[in-house]
Design a protein around this ligand. Structure first.
Ligand code: HEM
Length: 159
């Protein structure tokens, strides 16, 4: 039996972590923006429920954002280090990482604001929920596209 290459195992774990946290981040964000947040226009009671559900979700949102960023940075260095990236690959990767970083940086706007901050004082970097989702979806699609058209070195994978 061939020995197990620890580098290949780490690569597989990183991709799985990145893909799973991307699904949680994007799916939950879409549900929040399209299903929950519009309900705030209804009664105060409904608004309170929406706010409570945002609070409940906060740790998942922060956790999936941290995992996306951490695994993404590691994947980026790993993919660039193999030296096989064409100019098109690097160009698409720059767009993908840029969209992902801006989406993550602006996504705090989807979380409930602290009571003291409820009046419209500008705080942090905010985009509309839809803009955050569009950038996140772009990062998602470009990630899948890159891994399909420039598959990782098969000799570095689990065999
Ligand atoms: C909203 C944020 C993000 C989403 C939704 C997202 C989503 C994805 C998805 C679905 C993949 C494909 C996984 C696979 O097939 O193996 C991927 C790949 C990747 N992502 Fe992200 N990502 C995000 C942010 C980031 C960030 C911030 C970075 C870097 C700092 C990053 C770096 C990468 C890299 C390097 C790949 C591998 C591309 C390749 O195969 O060549 N991602 N991403």
């Amino acid at each position: 039996m061939e020995p197990i290459d620890p580098g290949a195992v780490v690569r597989i774990v990183l991709r799985l972590v990145h893909a799973l946290s991307a699904a949680i981040w994007l799916g939950a964000g879409a549900y929040l923006v399209f299903a929950l947040l519009p309900l705030r226009r209804g009664s105060t009671a409904v608004g309170d429920v929406v706010r409570a559900s945002q609070q409940q979700f906060r740790r998942w949102w922060v956790g999936s954002s941290a995992l996306l960023l951490g695994s993404g940075v590691a994947l980026m260095f790993d993919r660039l280090a193999d030296g096989r990236g064409t100019a098109t690959y690097v160009g698409l990767l720059v767009i993908k990482v840029g969209a992902g970083v801006v989406a993550l940086a602006a996504s705090g706007g989807l979380l409930p604001r602290p009571a003291a901050n409820r009046v419209d004082t500008p705080s942090g970097f905010r985009l509309s929920g839809r803009a955050v989702l569009v950038l996140g979806a772009l990062a998602y699609l470009l990630g899948v596209l890159l891994s399909v058209i420039y598959p990782p070195d098969p000799t570095a994978g689990w065999r």
